[in-house]
Write a protein that binds this ligand. Structure first.
Ligand SMILES: Cc1cn([C@H]2C[C@H](O)[C@@H](COP(=O)(O)OP(=O)(O)OP(=O)(O)O)O2)c(=O)[nH]c1=O
Length: 215
């Protein structure tokens, strides 16, 4: 959908870029250089704060544009897991996540002049318990993703089920984003159109169940 206001995606994430394109937006990509050091504990606060920082960093330079930014983390037993810094760390994370039930949090910020919306969504992920020979193939494979795995890589056979909005796990919550963007007079393609091409339906269960933040 063409809009006359300029939209900026303050992100270098290939997933976020391709999702927004898939959802029909026209936008400029300006990766944010915001400082991501943080001493918050609650996952929802962390992803909202980081999404906001990333967006603000770019929005300050483009005050007339609408800036969109996001942050994603994996949370296992209260521990925040981001992108692995080395292959060794990726191995450690994969071993911890093997056979686990954990959550993925994505925070989003939409900033336009003095109007700002910061929100988050969370999904619950159930992993298969993979044998050593299959696990080994994942070490170092997804270095640019929080949790060192990729829900979208169904060939890995690691993810068994996703409870919630599938897109939240890969970096942008479709449903909440579509609702928030309407407040800025921007419409995303409908989820009905998207579901026709959805190749991950077997993983996807759209049933929100409440589970403690410590999972
Ligand atoms: C859990 C999970 C994360 N991810 C990705 C989404 C995000 O790109 C990344 C989390 O890192 P982020 O720090 O949220 O984002 P980024 O560094 O990729 O990009 P930017 O800060 O410039 O926006 O992990 C997947 O693609 N699949 C998954 O299953």
């Amino acid at each position: 959908m063409r809009v006359n206001k300029q939209i900026i995606l303050a992100s270098s994430s290939v997933r976020r870029i391709s999702l927004l394109k898939q959802w029909g937006l026209f936008f400029k990509i300006i990766p944010s250089g915001a400082d991501e050091k943080i001493n918050l504990i609650k996952p929802s606060y962390i992803v909202k704060e980081l999404a906001y920082r990333k967006g603000r960093h770019v929005a300050q330079r483009y005050p007339d544009a609408l800036t969109l930014s996001a942050d994603t983390v994996v949370v296992l037993n209260g521990k925040i897991i981001g992108k692995p810094k080395s292959k060794k760390e990726s191995e450690k994370i994969i071993r911890e996540l093997n056979g686990s039930i954990h959550k993925v949090y994505t925070g989003v910020a939409v900033i336009q002049k003095d109007k700002c919306s910061v929100f988050y969504d969370t999904v619950c992920i159930k992993m298969r318990k993979l044998p050593e020979n299959m696990l080994k193939q994942l070490f170092g494979k997804h270095m640019d993703k929080a949790g060192a795995y990729a829900v979208q890589d169904t060939g890995d056979n690691f993810v068994e089920k996703i409870y919630g909005d599938y897109y939240t796990a890969i970096g942008l919550p479709y449903k909440k984003l579509a609702t928030e963007l309407k407040k800025f007079k921007i419409r995303l393609k409908s989820s009905h159109d998207l579901s026709k091409n959805h190749s991950h339906q077997r993983l996807f269960r759209d049933c929100y169940f409440r589970i403690s933040d410590n999972v």
